[in-house]
Design a protein around this ligand. Structure first.
Ligand code: ADP
Length: 403
């Protein structure tokens, strides 16, 4: 194997770039950081090398070129710059791959063009991803760069799960189908869950509950996604921090016709002012827990609505899978909130699901089982690591290409 074993993972948003440098020889995290407030007056870069303390710098980053140059400089200051011979590739998180990109993809001009054609499906995310890719390619034109798509893991869904029951010609004309998101996390977590059970991914059926600020559930049969709760966009499904999740679609018509709201106002309402925030004024589960402790009825109701939706998806995916080997919680809420885990599975003994309340209450940062020994279905907490998954998939593409 060559000495080039490091992968720089870039997650480019419209005003921020998150990054990690990972050595695939041993999975070690060599540096991580965040450039934020790109295009605003004063920006910030927070860079944390594994060898020393975090360094914060405040300066304007007028565009992504400035932001990526700044992170390249920080890496260079630690002897790990973009010109390092140890750098094997850059892996880019890409949000929407449509039906075209269902695998991690080596980036070429045609791929960038393909991403551009998908912008209408992800108008907020894909343009920022493309900018990040273009700037990185300018900085290191000779270095392999790979796009890893948030939608890709869900591409194995059968047509009957991916299609909406609307007029076929209209759906086809506008590429309307369920794509699903958080795929990198669902893939990583379902595989780690199989490892935790000591089984091959092909041998287990898992319900993955990715509960962060955005939240999604998926049904994974033998390592392949067969259904997921997010749809054409990340708005569908579970109750989230600020997004409504499932709604009667006629509510949108009603808000427009009767409420006089514009399309943009409805968009902002459902994506930014709904979910837990809309229900009780807080989108952070820690704050909601604290308020419930004080007997706050609004926080209690928001929690109950969140849990009710989650339980409905667990039941639905139980039926979709037929046999469930494990239910796994991940992301900010899933990894940290024992109360959410307990409430979402309470009273499911008849379905073979029983939590061990002591195990559930123990905090930890490693994959762990929290079910009772008597539980037919294993229940687990598996911290997600999307950056590591992106780095692994990127490195695999680079090695395959080099063969
Ligand atoms: P994102 O979707 O932005 O990546 P994360 O997966 O980091 O989000 O999850 C962030 C959310 O996790 C916070 O909004 C908060 O609700 C929740 N969270 C974080 N820590 C805790 C905790 N100790 N207890 C309950 N919820 C927590």
């Amino acid at each position: 194997m060559s000495d080039a074993t490091r992968v720089l993972v870039l997650n480019s948003g419209s005003s921020s770039v998150k990054y990690q440098l990972i050595d695939m020889a041993d999975g070690a995290r060599l540096a991580s950081g965040l450039v934020e407030r790109i295009g605003e007056g004063q920006g910030r870069i927070a860079h944390e090398p594994s060898t020393g303390p975090e360094r914060d710098r405040y300066e304007p980053f007028p565009d992504h070129t400035a932001a990526l140059s700044a992170l390249a400089d920080e890496l260079a200051a630690d002897g790990m710059g973009l010109d390092s011979p140890h750098l094997a590739a850059i892996g880019h998180r890409a949000v929407h791959g449509g039906t075209r990109f269902t695998e991690p993809t080596l980036i070429t001009d045609q791929v960038v063009e393909g991403l551009r054609e998908l912008v209408p499906l992800a108008p907020l995310h894909n343009p920022a991803n493309i900018t990040g890719i273009e700037v990185a390619r300018k900085l290191r034109p000779d270095l392999p760069q790979v796009a890893v798509f948030d939608t890709a893991f869900h591409a194995t869904m059968p047509e009957y799960a991916a299609r909406y029951a609307i007029d076929k010609a209209t759906a086809d004309a506008h590429q309307i189908r369920r794509y699903g998101f958080h795929g990198t996390s669902h893939q990583y977590v379902s595989r780690r869950t199989a490892e935790l059970l000591g089984k091959a991914p092909e041998a287990v059926n898992v319900i993955v509950l990715h509960l962060g600020n955005g939240a999604s559930a998926s049904a994974v049969a033998g390592g392949r996604c067969v259904d997921t709760s997010m749809g054409l966009t990340p708005l569908e499904g579970l109750v989230m921090g600020t997004r409504s999740g499932d709604l009667d679609p006629a509510i949108l018509l009603h808000l427009h016709r009767v409420g006089g709201m514009s399309v943009d106002e409805i968009d902002a309402l459902l994506n930014r002012r709904s979910g837990l925030l809309g229900l009780c004024g807080d989108n952070d589960m820690r704050e909601i827990g604290r308020r419930m402790g004080e007997g706050d009825p609004e926080a209690r109701l928001a929690f109950d609505i969140y849990i009710h939706r989650l339980r409905k998806y667990i039941g639905a995916y139980y039926a979709v899978l037929g046999r469930v080997d494990a239910i796994v919680f991940t992301a900010g809420v899933g990894e940290n909130s024992a109360a959410v885990r307990e409430a979402s599975l309470a009273g499911m003994d008849a379905m073979g699901i029983a939590l061990d309340s002591v195990r559930n209450a123990v905090r930890g940062s490693t994959p762990r089982l929290i079910s009772a020994d008597s539980s037919r279905v294993a229940v687990a907490v598996v911290p997600t690591d999307e950056e590591l998954e992106i780095a692994q998939q990127t490195f695999a593409v680079v090695r395959r290409t080099a063969e």
